[in-house]
Design a binder for this molecule. Sequence first.
Ligand code: TYC
Length: 107
Amino acid sequence: MSVQIESQRDTILERETSKVAPPPMYMVILLNDDYTPMEFVVNVLQRVFAKTGDEAEHLMLKVHYEGSAVCGIYTRDIAASKVEIVRQLALAHQHPLQCVMEPTPTE
Ligand code: TYC
C-alpha cells in the first residue's frame, strides 16, 4: 500500500513495497518405464517442454538411467496442463509413459 506524506503544499508518494507472495511452483517429472520408445519421449520433451533436440535426448537418457527427471518447473495450472498433455499423448499412442507434478520444496 502506498503512503502519502503531506508536507505543506507538497505531496510525496512513497515507493510501494510489494506484499504479493510469489506463486507456489511445481516440478513436472517424467518417469521411466520399459516400453515407451526413446524417440517418443524425446519428441514429447521437445513439443511439450520446449527442449532442443540435444536437451531432450540428454533428459530422456537421464530418465532412462536414473528412473525420473524434472522436465520443468511451472505454476500449478501450467504444470497440470503439461502433465495432462503428456498423459493424452501417451494414451493416444498406447505408451505407458507416466508424468507427475510435485510441489517444489520451500526453504
Ligand atoms: N526406458 C525406455 C526404453 O528403454 C525409454 C524411456 C525413457 C521411457 C524415458 C520413459 O520417461 C521415459 N525404451
